[in-house]
Design a protein around this ligand. Sequence first.
Ligand code: PGA
Length: 253
Amino acid sequence: MKKQLIGNWKMHKTVQEATDFMEQLSLQIKNLELSGIHLSIAPAFIHLFPLHQLTALSPSIRLIAQNCHHEKEGAFTGEVSAAMLASTGIEGVLIGHSERRAYQQEDHGILVKKIKSVLAAGMSPIFCCGEQWADRAQGNHEVILQQQLSLPDLTEVALKKLIIAYEPVWAIGSGKVATVEVIAATHSYIRELLRDRYGSLGENVPILYGGSCNEENARDIFACSHVAGGLIGNASLQVDRFIKIIHALLNSK
Ligand code: PGA
């Protein structure tokens, strides 16, 4: 299973800033051996097409979107479909990020439709899950994860594209990273859920950690069992920080 690192830029960067970042990153990774990892940036929609043209010069950087609409096309002003995103040449779409669940009221039914539309368009859904602090404090985090991960039947081809990102909501953007004990135990629980749901095929679905992962803690986090890489918010916005996290992943076993 290839390790994965995704920089989630959220609502940051102008076109110029995004282009500058990508040019600097391409320069800095030029001499790195990256064949063992998938390195991706998830910028805002407007950056996908221009950055895809830039990354054509640096094929080891992939692009993924932060969201999509579940319908293929239609009268949905302001929305972008998975098929439209696929036509820009990108590789995947984040689905179910906790900020979208909270601010756009995306519920489980909609998220399942989005997963299906991303797969139908030939891309990878990076499906985010994670509990609130109150759930963790009350010992309900496993029940919440079980509900969030009640995913539809998927073909073998689809399962090879699926990626899970475990992002405890209380750790996102808070600087309050989960301990390695919590990360290891939760990732192993998610692996168990995937195995129960999809049998041996669930064994190879990558599970990424996200939530205040940065250049200082990345090495310890990537060393946890069942952690196949990271989904990085804040620390992916500056090339010098992100590059250190790339090195941490490259050096992890
Ligand atoms: P963070 O964000 O690294 O800033 O906590 C992670 C995410 O929301 O994907």
